[in-house]
Every structure is written in structure tokens, then in C-alpha cells.
Design a protein around this ligand. Structure first.
Ligand code: NAD
Ligand code: MG
Length: 399
């Protein structure tokens, strides 16, 4: 018989979102139990998570890490079954004993298990924005056909979801605009002409949020916001021209919905991902999350800036690609995502300069034309083709 508790799979359990998800779940042991954990590299951390949460399965992305975890679990006397490989990650994501899947893998690598969970009608908590950017309409159609419940975890999309009417059928009839807030990241006030000297450490030092390295670099370039505009377009079914971005350095307002009567509904909170994670886990109810409360008496000011200044256009050139790719052929967002994943990895590895990330993205968009996309295989092929084009551009760049 299925347990009364909500059985959860945490994909990417060793990352920033994964760790925060387990933190929230640990506060409510009577409501949730961990069915499976998955990770790529960090054997020590997933081993400690297995010891604490006693999942039925732990899955590593690769064979060597899987074998290392299996040996470690055996040595610790843990009953968790250890598997490895992408098929095993998909298997736990669609397992019949599972109620809820937290999608917290970083990058397009998370698309396949997201689709597996969607096809099997799970409650799917989506942090892994790249999966939706790549999957686009096919992702949303799979959610619908599988009878899954898709809940956003990205703080902006959770805020929008909390600010929209409960019934999605009312959304298009009454919404004027969706306004995504952006902190502006670590370089909001930096001289844009010095960006070529930015180091990975500087780019990963976000002023408000503590996150994985890839999303931290994306926040600095604002490609993160570009991915979020695309994410909002598919999640909420709104036209790209109805999505706006405003810089809000304090990250207190997590995003807003403007209605036809120009009334604006916003969601506020401290910058702590446990808030949106708890909402995804408990929706339509609420749960304590561990996030601290806002202290309005000590809040000096909430400020806003337009993206459309000369310096911001230089600092954040990548954000504008969101609307470009949404207006281009279906699949173009997947090309941009693949280019950006490759470019950010190359920057973090010291192979290209910070300001070359945008160049790689633009060149890849010019080089790759998407063809008809009917399946996950088509998307994977397009992703691969785009990665090769991006690698090719990088190979020709001098750092
Ligand atoms: P992270 O780098 O800290 O963690 C990523 C996790 O994915 C790790 O557990 C890693 O082992 C796993 N992983 C990486 N590559 C994999 C692969 N090829 N196959 C299987 N597993 C793999 O990243 P994060 O900051 O936790 O972000 C996760 C996702 O959530 C990203 O898509 C990010 O954009 C999104 N997100 C993160 C935050 C945040 O505050 N960190 C906020 C909003 C959205
Ligand atoms: Mg976000």
C-alpha cells in the first residue's frame, strides 16, 4: 500500500536547490519522505543525505560515481539501492511509488527526467528552468497529456504564480503584463568597459542569493533573466511582449502581475529559496520554510531601474535575446540555452573571457537553424548541434 506521506524524488539533491529542498522537507517529517536522490559528482554529500533521509534509491549520473557511492553505502550499512546512468534517473522520476519530483538538476541534462515525471502525472516542482527553455511547448504539452501538476520553483515564477488568479482560465482575460524583477547581479554598477577582466569568482559572488555556479554567472550576465522570460512565456502561456523586466536591486519583490485595470499584485519575501520550495511542496496550502521574515521597519528603500539605459544595454546585452528567440522559429530558445551552457562552462574553466559569453551566444544563434521538433530526440539532436557550434566558436576565440 502507498504510504500516507508525500513521497518525493529530489533530482540534483547535492546542489543549492536540492539541499534547500531537503532542509524544508526535514522540517516536516510527518508530511514528506524521500523516495530517491540523484546527483552528478558529490559522492560525500549524497552519502550523508542517504544516511539522514534513508531513500529507497540513490542515483549517480555516471558509472564511476555510482560505483563509489554503492561501495560507500555498503560500508556504512545503508539499505539504499544505488543505481547510475541517465535511464536510472528517468526511472526514479517516473516510479509508480512517487508523488512529487523536485527538478533541481542544472541545464538541459534535466529535460529527460522532467518529461518522464510529466508523462507519469507527477507533481513536478520545476527549478530546472533550462529544461523548460529547451522543451518549450513540447514540455507543456507533455505535462498536460500526462495529467501532471507543474509548479514553479524559480522565485520570480513562484511569485507570479502566487500573484495570478487561482484559475488559469482567467489569466489571459485579465492580465495586462507580467513584470519580472531582476537584482542586477554583482556588476549592476560596474563600468561596463571593464567587464572583459571579470573573473569566475567575481561573477559567482551574487549580492543577494547563494546559488550554484552556472546560475550565478547567468545572473551576472542577466542570461538568467533571459531564460526566465522564456520560462514565463511557456509556464503562463503569455505573449512575449506582455513580459517585462525591471531591475530591483534589493530582491524583496520577487515579481509582479499587472492587471487590465492597472492594479499590480506582487509577492514579497526575503531572498531565500526555501520560501518558493515550501510553497511548491505544500501548494495549495502553506508550510513553514525556515526562511526569515521581512523586517519592514529596517528596510530602507525599494528601488527600481530600467534596463534601457546606455550602460545597462552594454552590461546586460544577453537579456534582449529572450524576446529575439521567442519571436524566431520554435526551437531557437534551445539553441540559445545550449550555447549559453557551453559558454558559461568555458568561462568558468578559464577558456574564454566573461564578455565573450554573449559573443558565443550570438554566433551560435546565427549558425544554427532549428528544424521541426516533434520529440525529445529532436530536441536532444538540436541541443547537441548547438553545443557543437558553440564549441566551434570558442575554438576560434583567443582569450
Ligand atoms: P547546482 O549546480 O548547485 O546543483 C545542480 C545539481 O544538479 C547537483 O546536484 C548536480 O550534481 C546535478 N547535476 C549537474 N549536472 C548533472 C547531470 N548532467 N546529470 C545529472 N545531474 C546533474 O545548481 P542549483 O543552483 O541548485 O540550480 C539547479 C537548477 O535550479 C538550475 O536550473 C537553476 O537555474 C535553478 N534555480 C536555482 C536557484 C538557486 O537559488 N540556486 C534559483 C532558481 C532556479
Ligand atoms: Mg529566478
Amino acid at each position: 500500500m502507498k504510504s500516507e506521506k508525500c513521497r518525493v524524488v529530489v533530482l540534483g539533491s547535492t546542489g543549492s536547490i536540492g539541499v534547500n529542498t531537503l532542509d524544508v522537507m526535514a522540517r516536516h517529517p510527518q508530511r514528506f519522505e524521500v523516495f530517491a536522490l540523484t546527483a552528478a559528482h558529490n559522492v560525500d554529500r549524497i552519502l550523508a543525505q542517504c544516511a539522514q533521509f534513508k531513500p529507497s534509491y540513490a542515483v549517480m549520473a555516471s558509472t564511476p560515481h555510482g560505483q563509489a557511492l554503492e561501495a560507500a553505502c555498503r560500508a556504512e550499512g545503508l539499505a539504499t539501492r544505488v543505481l547510475w546512468g541517465s535511464d536510472a534517473i528517468d526511472m526514479v522520476a517516473r516510479h509508480e511509488s512517487v508523488d512529487c519530483v523536485m527538478a533541481a538538476i542544472v541545464g538541459a541534462a534535466g529535460l529527460s527526467p522532467c518529461l518522464a515525471a510529466a508523462r507519469s502525472g507527477k507533481r513536478l516542482l520545476l527549478a530546472n528552468k533550462e529544461a523548460l527553455v529547451v522543451g518549450g511547448q513540447l514540455f507543456m504539452d507533455t505535462v498536460k497529456a500526462g495529467g501532471a501538476t507543474l509548479l514553479p520553483i524559480d522565485s520570480e515564477h513562484s511569485a507570479i504564480f502566487q500573484s495570478l488568479p487561482q484559475d488559469p482560465r482567467d489569466w489571459s482575460a485579465c492580465v495586462d503584463k507580467i513584470i519580472l524583477t531582476a537584482s542586477g547581479g554583482p556588476f549592476r554598477t560596474r563600468d561596463p568597459h571593464t567587464l572583459r577582466h571579470v573573473t569566475p569568482e567575481e561573477a559567482c559572488a551574487h549580492p543577494n542569493w547563494s546559488m550554484g555556479r552556472k546560475i550565478s554567472v547567468d545572473s551576472a550576465t542577466m542570461m538568467n533573466k533571459a531564460l526566465e522570460v522564456i520560462e514565463a512565456r511557456f509556464l503562463f502561456g503569455v505573449a512575449p511582449e506582455k513580459i517585462e523586466v525591471v531591475i530591483h536591486p534589493q530582491s524583496v519583490i520577487h515579481s509582479m502581475v499587472q492587471y487590465l485595470d492597472h492594479s499590480v499584485v506582487a509577492q514579497l519575501g526575503t531572498p531565500d529559496m526555501r520560501g518558493p520550495i515550501a510553497y511548491g511542496l505544500s501548494w495549495p496550502q502553506r508550510l513553514t520554510s525556515g526562511a526569515s521574515a521581512l523586517d519592514f521597519s529596517s528596510m530602507a528603500a525599494l528601488t527600481f531601474e530600467s534596463l534601457d539605459t546606455k550602460d545597462h544595454r552594454l552590461r546586460f546585452a544577453g537579456i534582449h535575446l529572450a524576446w529575439t528567440v521567442l519571436q524566431a522559429a520554435p526551437g531557437t530558445p534551445a539553441v540559445l540555452n545550449a550555447a549559453n551552457e557551453v559558454a558559461v562552462a568555458a568561462f568558468l574553466a578559464g577558456k574564454i573571457r566573461y564578455d565573450q559569453i554573449h559573443h558565443v551566444n550570438q554566433e551560435t544563434l546565427s549558425a544554427v537553424t532549428p528544424e521541426a521538433l516533434a520529440s525529445l530526440e529532436d530536441l536532444v539532436a538540436l541541443d547537441l548541434r548547438s553545443r557543437q557550434a558553440a564549441e566551434n566558436t570558442i575554438a576560434h576565440l583567443a582569450t
